[in-house]
Ligand binder design. Sequence first.
Ligand SMILES: Nc1ncnc2c1ncn2[C@@H]1O[C@H](COP(=O)(O)OP(=O)(O)O)[C@@H](O)[C@H]1O
Ligand SMILES: [Mg+2]
Length: 278
Amino acid sequence: MAETATKGAISIRNVTKIYDPEGVNVMAVDNCSLEIAAGEVCMIVGPSGCGKTTLLNAIAGFHSVTKGEIYLDGDLLCGAGKPIAEQGADRVVVFQSGALFPWKTLIDNVAYGPIVQGVMNKSDARDKAADLLAEAGLVDVGNKFPGEVSSGMARRAEIVRALINDPKVLLLDEPYRAMDSLTKSIMHEALLEVYDRTKVTIFFITHDLEEAIFLGDRVVVMTTRPAKTKKIVDVNIPRPRDYKTLSSEEFRLLVGEAKDAVHEEAIKAFEAGERELA
Ligand SMILES: Nc1ncnc2c1ncn2[C@@H]1O[C@H](COP(=O)(O)OP(=O)(O)O)[C@@H](O)[C@H]1O
Ligand SMILES: [Mg+2]
């Protein structure tokens, strides 16, 4: 049964990020505010180069914000007097594929984090890893190496690894970008299955609007750089969702609504000379 989420609310308040490479200011995010509820799947879309990754990196604690604040469950992550958030097990970044250690079994990959962080001993971490893998349908492959399982299984193991410390928030930056559509849809169902079970808050960047509507509770369309929120599309399609959702009228209409907003921004980005469009 799905839990009701009680943790993982993110509050982004008036965040601005200015990079300063060699004295040339680049404003990546401009006075951006966004409230993400505990247990929400929040999808972020917008033209390439608009500032999406910058926002994710600020939440993760990979770099500072120039102005504004970010809170997690009411606690300040970063803001005035504390420009950079501490990195912590409450926020986990799921990187693009290939992030598993090829020389470790799936169980040892999943158990690795808590062992090196010293929060679990090796035997407890391996037991927990085996349980989580089993819950994700990876019961028979825990002792295999990433190269010995399908890419779909490896990706599922990466998500399991992200969950071992019971994080409040998963941060994903175009994780399925390079995948063919069939593998992608298997990944989506696997992620939704994990979500339905854990109700972890998900902050997910993508350029794929169908992916955004299929997975999200809300889709936040960012403006062309510097990023701020342009439009929020509420996705009131009931869960659990499956591939049949993709052919519903409701789904097509929502994709169209998001597409109109992104397209408008992509044109602006193009006119402003950004190299690549979303
Ligand atoms: N470390 C950095 N130094 C200077 N400029 C950067 C840096 N990282 C990103 N940028 C610039 O900030 C803008 C936003 O980048 P990013 O957040 O990666 O966009 P997105 O993820 O939406 O494609 C881009 O113009 C990019 O070139
Ligand atoms: Mg990016």
